[in-house]
Design a protein around this ligand. Structure first.
Ligand code: NDP
Length: 329
């Protein structure tokens, strides 16, 4: 079977050379184990952090070892009664076409509620990130204004729709006119192409009553502009900072954080795994809203195991609308 290992650690923007394809042989499953065929591979921005040696909230990938991440796989051989042949599971698995695993850390998923790849998106890590970050940290009230950056991505598109369900006015930022049109179609009140406008002016026009909640996926200049337009007692969920993941130096200069002080705003970072104990609650509610047609989801699906590195790199160019997924088999 084929696998993808970390060839070397990138400095700055990663590229294809940092990944290596290798052939590997698998032992047949032992008692308690299953042979899995990889169906869908999730590529996620946080993996950039794991390519570096720096300590973070997840351990770095090892050079020469397979990269791993969220995968939906099908059991094709089983020596585990809980996971018969044909079961579909989601878990953290190596970037391999096939793998052998014991049941630990794998979650069996239903195949009749939503496309199985949604367990890497709406009904998986990104959807739950949106759910807990927005409901727990931002706590938008009806009529308040919520801004979400990275709005056309996997997390952002769910954040905006949930904020609409809660009765808020929703403004999203995204990197192309197509994404802006898509967000409007999804029900966002306003959407801003951050690459083509004056951010301060565009935000002031889109959020004339100021900003009560900010769900931050990107950091950088967009966040600076939002901070300058916060209302008193604003709540900020610091979810991601993708605009800085490939930076080699911390930016310096006049910063708008003083606005947090002047508005008595609350800024809280979080990692979705903080909410592991409430995962079932989140999946249940997201599944309900999806089933009722109140939540839509979008995927950008790239086909083929060989395309995994390219799909990952595309995250940093904005290639994806909604969740970036690779269909392997
Ligand atoms: P997305 O689906 O949003 O994909 C990444 C998107 O980021 C791209 O499509 C691109 O969209 C945008 N982007 C890339 N580079 C830049 C840049 N320099 N400036 C602004 N936007 C940029 O990914 P996810 O939804 O999976 O993740 C969104 C964020 O949430 C990430 O920062 C991620 O690390 C974080 N996250 C945090 C979690 C947590 O537990 N705290 C869990 C999951 C995700 P565009 O065309 O708009 O530029």
């Amino acid at each position: 079977t084929q696998r993808i290992v970390l060839a070397s650690r990138p400095v700055g923007m990663p590229s294809a050379e940092h990944f290596r394809f290798e052939a590997t042989t698998l032992e047949p499953p032992a008692a308690g184990q299953v042979l899995l065929q990889t169906r869908y591979v999730s590529v996620d921005p946080y993996m950039r952090g794991r390519m570096s040696a720096a300590k973070s909230y997840v351990a770095p990938f090892e050079v020469g070892q397979p990269i791993s991440g969220g995968i939906v796989a099908e059991v094709v051989e089983s020596r585990n009664d809980a996971l018969p042949v044909g079961s579909v599971v989601v878990g953290n698995l190596p970037w391999q076409q096939h793998s052998v695993a014991d049941g630990k850390g794998l979650t069996r998923i239903p195949t009749d509620q939503a496309p199985i790849s949604y367990f890497l998106g709406l009904l998986g890590m990104p959807g739950l990130t949106a759910y807990f970050g927005l409901l727990d940290i931002c706590q938008p009230q009806a009529g308040e204004t919520v801004v979400v950056s990275g709005a056309a991505g996997a997390v952002g598109m769910v954040v905006g729709q949930l904020a609409k369900i809660l009765g808020a006015r929703v403004v999203g930022t995204a990197g192309s006119d197509e994404k802006v049109a898509y967000l409007k179609q999804l029900g966002f009140d306003e959407a801003i192409n951050y690459k083509t406008v004056n951010l301060a002016e565009a935000l002031a026009a889109a959020a004339p009553n100021g900003i009560d909640c900010y769900f931050d996926n990107v950091g950088g200049a967009i966040t600076d502009a939002v901070y300058n337009q916060l209302n008193k007692h604003a709540r900020i969920a610091l979810c991601g900072q993708i605009s800085t993941y490939n930076a080699t130096e911390a930016p310096v200069g006049p910063r708008p954080e003083g606005k947090l002080l002047k508005t008595s705003s609350r800024l809280q970072g979080f990692i979705v795994s903080d909410y592991l104990s409430r995962w079932p609650e989140g999946v249940t509610r997201l599944t309900e809203w999806y089933g009722q047609g109140k939540l839509q989801f979008e995927e950008t699906i790239t086909e083929g195991f060989g395309q995994i590195p390219a799909a990952f790199l595309g995250l940093f160019q904005g290639d994806n609308t909604g969740k970036a997924i690779v269909k392997v088999s």
